[in-house]
Structures are given as structure tokens and as C-alpha cells.
Design a protein around this ligand. Structure first.
Ligand SMILES: NC(=O)c1ccc[n+]([C@@H]2O[C@H](COP(=O)([O-])OP(=O)(O)OC[C@H]3O[C@@H](n4cnc5c(N)ncnc54)[C@H](O)[C@@H]3O)[C@@H](O)[C@H]2O)c1
Length: 447
């Protein structure tokens, strides 16, 4: 039997940890490394440092059986002990929206130093989302400069973008729609293709082989498309609100049945958030402009996403007039259900605007309360349950569509609130039922 390659993963955030646990659970030896010592300690105890369904059990199992270990700040040792290294560090935005490659720079230099000491062939795989040209023009030169070796001889380079969704990240790791393998040369691409065939055996998803730059662009094009679908349906929602009797939900359902359109990502709401869509759309705009093309469509997608959450505040004002001294309850803080991630969550501009208008704010989220405390500190009130959150409020805004909130019935609002005003920012409540007992407003619902 051919021995499985050993894998290192540098950066164990959402992507890196799911990748590491995924490979370890399939019998690969995995060594990961991260600069965040608290994260490393938790992982070695078998506890994920973030909320992600289904991950805890498999993490514990792979740590306990020794398939996975996590090192603190030891990129070079992780590389030296393995055959393939995944780069999964963050690629945040700079203030102008362009991509900040500082972590990619550091890690690729560290990997390069280790490659200089290795005698066996090694493949470096960029999994972080990076703008087209980064693997070729930033990662490769750093690896070559530090190792004093030539890419394509003793080591080589692949780009393998990640498409997982937070909240179902772990299942997505095992059930990819497609795998994209961009490679500097054929040999390294073949190795990574084989790795995935073994990983997914016997049901390998389509594997797309391509250049490094095309692989990089596929990731941005995919996220930009999804963000565009969201801003598109939000535009239709905003039109619906002006037309008596129109409802975006029915419009989207009917549109989605058209196979050319599809139903996913046609949920009108308060806009998209999270660590990927906002940053990736901005980075694609900046990168496209740097290449000499102005992507006007993407500018519009992004602009709409800035104004969309503030509609929740406008709805409040339509019902209550001035918000000074009024209590507003916010249900849901995470950028989407099943995660505690609040990066670019749409609730942030909503809370900031409500505070500016002088409102008092109660919030509740099933898992993101601690995260919210680091963002809003003592400027708002943190409730212990959904009912406590809406108690005595003048208006409630549904911001994140958690299952728990779908179970709230009209009487929960009517009996607990000072004024029964409900704003459904994610279209989870049936207008016919909820408007009987409440003053009910929803995104995309013509009055
Ligand atoms: N989160 C997602 O849903 C998702 C999905 C697809 C792609 N991506 C992309 O994957 C990349 C990682 O995203 P994430 O959400 O996992 O980020 P994250 O912020 O959760 O994790 C990144 C990790 O890298 C670590 N790190 C930074 N510098 C390091 C260094 N020098 N050495 C070792 N570790 C270092 C950080 O401590 C952190 O733990 C980004 O490019 C992101 O755009 C994310």
C-alpha cells in the first residue's frame, strides 16, 4: 500500500481547522500550526475555538487518536515533518478595500525557510482566498527567495480555493460541489488531484484543473455572483415595498423555479455579512480597478449592501417617529444562523444607527452574545432569552433567521412588548398570520 502523504495546515481558523480535521478524519497525518496560542491550546484539548455544528466530535476524535496535532507558531516544523502544506491564513481588507496580504507574506516566507532545509519534494497549496496573481507574484517569489530553490524543481505550488459555508462548514468539507486545483506545473496539480480523489473516494466531485490565476479568480467570481444574487433580490424587495400587494417572497419563489435562475441566494433581507462576501467583493473591485477595469455592477452590489440594513431603522421610524428613548429589541446578532461569527454582520450598522438616534437596545442571539459584547460593550443590553429581549420593547427587529426565532408566535410579541411592532428583516414570519395581531412590517412586502 502506498503511504498517504503527510499534510500540514498553517492557520487554523474556520477554513484551516475544517481542512485539518477533514484530512485527519480520513486517515491522513495532519500537523497544523497557528500564531494564536489560545486557539492552539483549545484545539489540542479537542475543543473548536468557534461555533460550528458537527465539528466538535470529529475534532476530539482526531486529536485523541493522534491523527491531528496543533503547534503554536511553528510553521517551519510543520512543513519539515510533512509533504504537502496548506496555507489557510486570513486575507483581510485594507481600509481602501484591497486585499491585505501581510499574513500570506509572513507564512510564505516561513514555509520557504523550511523548504530550504528539506531534501524531499513538497507541494505548497494556497487555500486562503487571494486575488489573481498572488500565488504567482507573492507566494512563489517568497518561497524561492527563502528556500534558495526553484519552484517546479524541488517544490511546487498549487491554488485550491475553499467554498465552505460557515454554519455547515464541516459537512461542506466532505461534500464539495467541485474541487478547483490551480497549479504552477502538471506534477504538483496531479499530486493534489490524487489527494482529493483519495479524500473523496468513492464519490469524487468534479475536479477542475486550471492555472493559478484562474483558480484564484474562480473563488472571487463565485462569491461575487452570490453577493450579486442577494443584492439583486434586495433590489426587487425594495421595488415590491412601493407596490401595494406585491411580495418579494412569492416573486423569488416563482423566479427560483426557473432552472436558469435557481432558488438559492434569492432570500431578500437586510443584506449579506460575514468574513467573505463583503471583503471578497471589495477585493475583486479593487483588484479589477488595479488591472484597469471598473466593475460598475459590483460597485452597485456593494453600495446596496451598505444601505439595506439601515432600512430596519427606517421601518422603526415609520412606526414610532423619533427613536430617542424608545426601546428596540434585536433578535439575532450573528451574520447568519448556526455561527457565532459577527464579522461584517448587518446588525452592526443597525445598532450603530439606532444608538445615534438615541434608542435603547436589547439584543439576544442563541450563540453570539459573547462575540457581541466585544463589539458593543456596555452600549446595549444583553438579554438572556428571546422573550426577555422583546419584553417591554417598543419595536422588535428580526435580524438573523435562527430556528429558535421561527418558533415565536404573534402572542409572544403581543403579550410581552410595550407596543406590538415587529419588523421581519429576513422574511421568516407569515405576514397574513403575524399582521392580524401585530403591526407587522417586512422587507419586500408592499403595503
Ligand atoms: N470563513 C469562511 O467561510 C471562508 C470560506 C472560504 C474561504 N475563506 C478564506 O480562507 C481564508 C481563511 O479564512 P478563515 O475564516 O479561516 O480565517 P480566520 O481568521 O478564522 O483564521 C485565520 C487563522 O490564521 C492564523 N494566522 C494568521 N497569521 C498566521 C501565521 N503567520 N502563522 C500561522 N497562523 C496564522 C490566525 O491566527 C487565524 O487563526 C481567508 O482567505 C478567507 O477569505 C473563508
Amino acid at each position: 500500500m502506498v503511504e498517504k502523504p503527510k499534510i500540514s495546515v498553517i492557520g487554523v481558523g474556520y477554513v484551516g481547522l475544517c481542512t485539518a480535521v477533514g484530512f485527519a478524519s480520513k486517515g491522513f497525518k495532519v500537523i497544523s500550526s497557528d500564531v494564536d496560542t489560545n486557539k492552539v491550546a483549545k484545539i489540542n484539548e479537542g475543543v473548536p475555538p468557534f461555533h460550528e455544528p458537527n465539528l466538535p466530535k470529529m475534532l476530539k476524535q482526531t486529536i485523541n487518536n493522534g491523527q491531528l496535532k496543533c503547534l503554536a507558531n511553528q510553521t517551519q516544523n510543520a512543513v519539515l515533518e510533512t509533504d504537502i502544506t496548506y496555507i489557510a491564513v486570513g486575507t483581510p481588507s485594507k481600509p481602501d478595500g484591497s486585499i491585505d496580504l501581510k499574513y500570506i507574506e509572513t507564512v510564505s516566507r516561513d514555509i520557504g525557510k523550511a523548504l530550504g532545509q528539506k531534501s524531499s519534494y513538497h507541494v505548497v497549496v494556497v487555500k486562503s482566498t487571494v486575488v489573481p496573481g498572488t500565488s504567482q507574484n507573492t507566494v512563489k517569489p517568497n518561497l524561492e527567495d527563502q528556500s534558495k530553490k526553484t519552484c517546479g524543481d524541488d517544490f511546487s505550488l498549487c491554488m485550491n480555493p475553499e467554498f465552505l459555508r460557515q454554519g455547515s462548514a464541516f459537512q461542506d468539507t466532505f461534500n464539495a460541489d467541485r474541487v478547483v486545483v490551480g497549479s504552477y506545473d502538471k506534477k504538483s496539480g496531479d499530486i493534489i488531484e490524487e489527494l482529493y480523489k483519495e479524500f473523496y473516494h468513492p464519490k469524487t466531485p468534479p475536479i477542475i484543473r486550471t492555472s493559478l490565476a484562474t483558480a484564484e479568480l474562480i473563488k472571487y467570481a463565485s462569491n461575487a455572483m452570490l453577493a450579486t444574487k442577494i443584492s439583486f433580490i434586495n433590489t426587487i424587495a425594495n421595488i415590491c415595498e412601493k407596490i401595494p400587494g406585491a411580495d418579494v417572497k412569492t416573486v423569488a419563489t416563482a423566479m427560483g423555479l426557473d432552472k436558469r435562475i435557481g432558488s438559492l441566494f434569492l432570500d431578500a433581507g437586510l443584506g449579506y455579512g460575514g468574513s467573505c462576501f463583503p471583503k471578497d467583493v471589495k477585493a475583486l473591485i479593487a483588484c479589477s480597478k488595479a488591472f484597469g477595469y471598473n466593475p460598475e455592477l459590483l460597485d452597485s452590489v456593494e453600495n446596496l449592501n451598505h444601505t439595506q440594513p439601515l432600512k430596519a431603522v427606517e421601518f422603526c421610524k415609520q412606526e414610532l417617529g423619533q427613536l430617542e428613548g424608545k426601546t428596540i429589541a434585536i433578535l439575532g446578532l450573528a451574520f447568519k444562523p448556526d455561527t457565532d461569527d459577527m464579522r461584517e454582520a448587518r446588525v452592526i450598522p443597525i445598532v450603530n444607527q439606532l444608538l445615534k438616534e438615541g434608542a435603547k437596545i436589547n439584543v439576544y442571539d442563541p450563540v453570539a452574545m459573547n462575540m457581541a459584547k466585544t463589539i458593543f460593550q456596555n452600549k446595549i443590553n444583553y438579554a438572556s432569552s428571546a422573550i426577555n429581549c422583546i419584553k417591554n420593547a417598543d419595536a422588535s427587529i428580526l435580524v438573523t433567521e435562527w430556528e429558535e426565532f421561527k418558533k415565536l408566535i404573534p402572542d409572544d410579541f403581543a403579550k410581552n412588548m410595550k407596543q406590538p411592532i415587529l419588523i421581519d428583516g429576513r422574511r421568516i414570519y407569515n405576514p397574513e398570520i403575524y399582521s392580524k395581531k401585530l403591526k407587522f412590517t417586512a422587507i419586500g412586502l408592499g403595503k
